[in-house]
Structure formats: structure tokens, C-alpha cells
Design a protein around this ligand. Structure first.
Ligand SMILES: [Zn+2]
Length: 598
């Protein structure tokens, strides 16, 4: 297969970048001796991994890094498992999965994930709320979902939706044959201002840097605007076949659709190593009940439903989803909007829809980084923020860093044009560097709140009563009471009940009277009484109980917050003993240590 040159250049650059990161090691630490981190930096993958390793080295009892796969360019996909291991292994605690950076230019998502991890570690033992969370919950944090894509953006400012896997968008037989390019060599891909009598734009009379929509009164000259680049593949269109083309948040197995209905979906669900690795991880970690899938820009949160007809979404679950995100709006003033709004025209194959439909998990897609209108002052009290305000803010606060003056350029196809404009990667897409930390801090209260909403099981000391004596054996009743002290029910959503309760119809599978618990979307707690020197005589020693309700008023389909399981045991040996394990999946695993019969 022939690849267009930028692909090879980009790959070489990434490899060079990785080597630099590895050799940097602790010689140039990213965490200071005092534990502080410079949060005005957008970290490359090498830097993010270095940061993870430094945090692991500083907090070995709280952090364990795991390589969950490799990216398309062969970079490690590193996930941090954060919990206090002294109070139990990560897999036995209710968990939240947090990631960022699936979309290449959405760098803030990765920074929020890193910041959240550092926040938890820095506050452990200092802030009782964080201490309690790390003692009782697990955080799976995957900051660089798409390391290759974000590195290309950081190094070359490219336009790339997600994975750099080449796609032949214009059907000329050469994948990625005409991406936007940095023609002026300033390291940025900006805009071209092209003289055009029919153009929709005109220069502002007060500030010629500003290009605004033309009105009836304007006499010209007029311009068209386009992204910096040339027609590389000779199809008569500038930038006709950019880098990549797959959207990894359309690549998930639930309600996946082919390219004709869903652009960028890939050849088949989980076709990409990055999505496959995360699907595998989430599938293998049934303790996950909530997902915060960090994206960037807009300053709002996408909620469920996502890749489905919104009219068919479970009403109880929608009430829960709204309830959990209300706090974000109260705290930040930012809106929550459904990801699916149209019954026909909608997204397919999104991560949060898959996690909900196949695992009963509630997920959100926070779109960090509100537009400049939200953080640029209205200097002249017009009642709104316009581009003149942007310029004043950029000039006064940032020394003009985020705007490039229009410079003449002799374009091979368009003739004399000008190239310049806003460095939009950090002006609208992501916050300007000095405003990044404020955006990261803004997310913490809701992340903390969400972490406290998981189901959380506890088990009482078993009640053991002798119930009689046979010829050569004593009999006991062991009563085990299991309770959900958390907010969410152990099924998390009503969707989670599908598969075991014949009353819950998933609209597809015919419900049978087979024992369905292992196939339930979210499995109910399993109580296991392990007896040595005796045996359970009134049935199996492994008993699946009903799902347990939480404090949530939206615990649809379940009502009891606690259940008691009664086992009858025959003692065969004088030193007989038992232990209890409750496998609560989303509510965690709880145990009663081995003890003798009275
Ligand atoms: Zn996105």
C-alpha cells in the first residue's frame, strides 16, 4: 500500500518523540519534589506516561500501571489503577472508568484525566473525602486513549479526528493523499484568506486582522476562507483527503453502522486496537459502574441516550442519568444535553451506548473547554464578546500568542493569498495554556460527586445457630445479611436487570426460564459459603441473590437494600470452619474471614 509522505514523516517523528521521552526519565521530572505539576502543559504521550510513572513511584501503594494494548503506531496504551491496595485489591471495589483523548485534537480530555489522578493522589491522607474514596473505590484512569493522534496534533497541529489509520477519502487509490498542510513553515495549520469577488467575507474596517461576514453595505474586497493547504492529489479540490478518517467513538459494537450511515465507523466494530483494548478492559472489569469519557470543546456534557432512538430509551434510566448530571449544572452552570436527539439521524457505535446497553453502565461525555465567549471579557460593555475583544485579550494577556497576522503567500493553485488567523487548537478547541488549569479544576467537584454514587456492598457478621444433632453430626444455620450502602442499585440501571428478570423485556431476546444470572447485563450479587469439615445441605453453597436497591430513588425494578441468605450446614469434623464471600460485581466483593462453628 502506498502512503502519502506526511504519514511516514509523522510516524518517524513519533518514534523520535518516544525515544526522547524515555531517555528524559527522572532527569527532568514532571512532578516537583513538593508534588506539584505544571498544569499549563499539554502533555505528549511520552510525557503523560512519564507523569504516570512518577506518580506510581511516589505512591506505590495507591497506583498500579497496566499496559492494556498498543496503538496503531505501536505505542503503549497505559491505564492507571488507582486505589488503596491495603484495603483491598482494585478488582474487588466498585469502580469508575475515566479516560480522555479519543479524539486527537481534544487534548483537554487527557489533561483532565491526568489532573484527576494527581488530585486523588495528592489529597489522599489529607482530605477525608478523597481518603474514603481511595479506601473504598477503584479508579481506572486511561489518559491517552489515542496516543498517536494526540501526538500528531501536539507535534504538527494536524487535523485528525481520531486514529491516524489511513483512509482513502477521495478514492484516488492513495490514502490520506491531500491533508491540510503548514505551507508557511510556522508549525501551525492556519487559514487562507483568498481574494474572491463572490466570497462571503470582508476585512473589518477597524481591525484588518478581523475577517467578518460581508453585509449589503460592504464594497469589498471580498474573501473566501479555507484551511491552509494545496491540492496535492490533483483532483481539483484543496485538502480533499485528510489524515485518517475513522472516528473511534463510532467504532463500538452496540448500534454500530456501516460507513454509508455512519461516517468514520471503521470496517467493523472494535476494528481499532485502541477501542478493542478498552472494550476488553471494561468487559473484564465488571466492577465498573460509571464512565466519564472525556472529550473537548463546547463546555457541556453529552448524556445518554447516545447511539439509539431517544424515544426508546428507558424512562427510569433517563431520570437517573439526568439526576446524576444535575450536580454538574448546579456547580458549573454548564448544560447537559442528550447525545441522541433525533430518532433517525443520530450517532452510531458510541462508547457510552455500548457500555450502557451491554453492561448497564451509566456513562457521560463531558465536552470540556467552553468557547472564548465564556472566558474573554466584554471590554467595551456591548453586551456580548466579539472578535475585537478576543484580540484585546490575546494581545494583553498572552502577548498575541494565539493569533498569526495575515502574511502574503504565493499559492500554486490560488495565486496570491494570505495565511494566518487564530491558532484555534488553543483558542476555542482547547483552552489557552494559562487558562488550562482553571478548566481542569472546574471538573473536580463533579468527578468527586460521581465517585461517591457507586453501589457499595457490606456484609454483616453471620448469625450462626445450632439447629440440632444427627447421629454423628451437628447442624447449624448460617445467616448472611448483605446490604447495599451506596447510592446506585447493584444493577446500576434498569438496563442492568435484563437477562434474569422475565418482567424486563430487552426487546430482542426471548426471555426463558433458564437460570440467566451469568448472562444478565449486570449480574446480581453471588453469596458463597465455603465450608471446610462440613457441607451445605439445603442446596448449593453458591447462591445468587436479587439485585439490591441503593439510596437512589431511581433504583427501578429493585426494592430491597438488604437481603439475608440462610444456609443449613452439617458439620462433619470438630474443627469445621466457614468463610463467606459476596461477589457483588458493581457493588464490590466483600468477605467474612474464616471462622469456626460455635
Ligand atoms: Zn470528541
Amino acid at each position: 500500500m502506498r502512503y502519502f509522505t506526511p504519514w511516514i514523516v509523522a510516524a518517524a517523528l513519533l518514534i523520535a518523540g518516544c525515544e526522547a521521552g524515555e531517555t528524559a526519565g527522572v532527569e527532568n521530572p514532571l512532578v516537583s519534589t513538593e508534588g506539584t505539576i505544571d498544569w499549563s502543559i499539554y502533555h505528549t504521550t511520552a510525557e503523560a506516561h512519564q507523569l504516570l510513572e512518577e506518580l506510581e513511584a511516589r505512591h506505590p501503594e495507591l497506583v498500579e500501571l497496566e499496559k492494556i494494548g498498543e496503538s496503531i503506531y505501536g505505542q503503549d496504551l497505559i491505564l492507571a489503577k488507582v486505589t488503596n491496595r491495603e484495603t483491598g485489591p482494585h478488582a474487588e471495589k466498585p469502580a469508575i472508568y475515566v479516560d480522555g483523548g479519543l479524539h486527537s485534537r481534544e487534548l483537554t480530555g487527557s489533561q483532565v484525566a491526568l489532573y484527576w489522578m494527581a488530585y486523588l493522589l495528592n489529597h489522599y491522607g489529607e482530605d477525608p473525602r478523597v481518603t474514603e474514596l481511595l479506601d473504598t473505590r477503584t479508579f481506572y484512569i486511561h489518559p491517552k486513549f489515542n496516543p498517536d493522534g494526540s501526538d500528531l496534533v501536539l507535534a504538527e497541529n494536524v487535523f485528525l479526528r481520531s486514529t491516524p489509520r489511513p483512509v482513502d477519502t477521495n478514492e484516488d487509490g492513495i490514502p490520506d493523499s491531500d491533508p491540510p498542510e503548514d505551507l508557511t513553515g510556522n508549525g501551525k495549520i492556519l487559514q487562507m484568506r483568498v481574494p474572491d469577488p463572490e466570497g462571503r467575507f470582508v476585512r473589518d474596517a477597524d481591525d484588518p486582522r478581523i475577517v467578518r461576514e460581508r453585509t449589503e453595505e460592504d464594497e469589498g474586497p471580498f474573501y473566501s476562507l479555507m484551511t491552509e493547504g494545496v491540492d496535492r492529489n490533483g483532483d481539483g479540490i484543496i485538502n480533499s483527503d485528510g489524515l485518517g478518517g475513522i472516528d473511534m467513538n463510532r467504532n463500538w459494537p452496540r448500534n454500530w453502522e456501516r460507513w454509508h450511515l455512519q461516517g468514520g465507523s471503521g470496517d467493523f466494530p472494535l476494528s481499532e486496537p485502541e477501542t478493542h483494548a478498552v472494550a476488553h478492559f471494561i468487559n473484564a472489569h465488571r466492577n465498573i459502574s460509571l464512565i466519564l469519557h472525556g472529550h473537548t470543546s463546547g463546555g457541556f456534557i453529552f448524556r445518554l441516550p447516545s447511539a439509539m432512538d431517544p424515544g426508546e430509551f428507558n424512562e427510569n434510566d433517563e431520570a437517573l442519568v439526568i439526576h446524576l448530571s444535575d450536580y454538574y449544572t448546579e456547580d458549573t452552570g454548564r448544560p447537559i444535553v442528550p447525545s441522541a436527539t433525533d430518532p433517525v439521524v443520530r450517532r452510531y457505535g458510541t462508547l457510552i451506548q455500548w457500555a450502557y446497553s451491554d453492561h448497564g453502565i451509566v456513562g457521560y461525555v463531558p465536552e470540556f473547554s467552553p468557547p472564548p465567549e465564556d472566558w474573554v471579557p466584554d471590554y467595551d460593555d456591548k453586551g456580548y464578546v466579539d472578535e475585537a475583544d478576543w484580540h484585546r485579550f490575546n494581545d494583553e494577556e498572552f502577548g498575541g500568542r494565539y493569533f498569526y497576522d495575515w502574511e502574503p503567500y504565493d499559492h500554486p493553485q490560488l495565486g496570491e493569498v494570505e495565511i494566518g488567523g487564530w491558532w484555534r487548537l488553543y483558542w476555542g478547541q482547547n483552552p489557552p495554556h494559562d487558562l488550562l488549569e482553571r478548566e481542569l479544576e472546574t471538573q473536580i467537584p463533579w468527578y468527586l460527586y460521581m465517585a461517591e454514587q457507586t453501589p457499595l456492598l457490606e456484609v454483616d457478621d453471620p448469625v450462626v445457630e445450632p439447629v440440632g444433632r444427627g447421629e454423628d453430626q451437628e447442624r447449624f444455620v448460617v445467616e448472611v445479611t448483605v446490604r447495599n450502602t451506596g447510592f446506585l442499585p447493584t444493577n446500576v440501571t434498569e438496563r442492568g436487570l435484563v437477562g434474569a428478570d422475565p418482567e424486563v423485556d430487552d426487546g430482542v431476546a426471548e426471555v426463558t426460564d433458564r437460570p440467566l444470572a451469568p448472562f444478565q447485563v449486570a449480574r446480581a450479587p453471588l453469596v458463597v459459603l465455603d465450608v471446610e469439615g462440613g457441607e451445605v445441605v439445603d442446596g448449593h453453597h453458591r447462591r445468587r441473590i436479587e439485585h439490591l436497591a441503593g439510596e437512589s430513588p431511581h433504583s427501578a425494578g429493585v426494592s430491597e437494600r438488604e437481603q439475608t441468605v440462610r444456609f443449613e450446614v452439617a458439620r462433619h469434623a470438630p474443627e469445621a470452619s466457614f468463610e463467606v464471600t459476596v461477589y457483588g460485581e458493581k457493588g464490590g466483593t466483600v468477605r467474612v474471614e474464616r471462622r469456626s462453628f460455635p
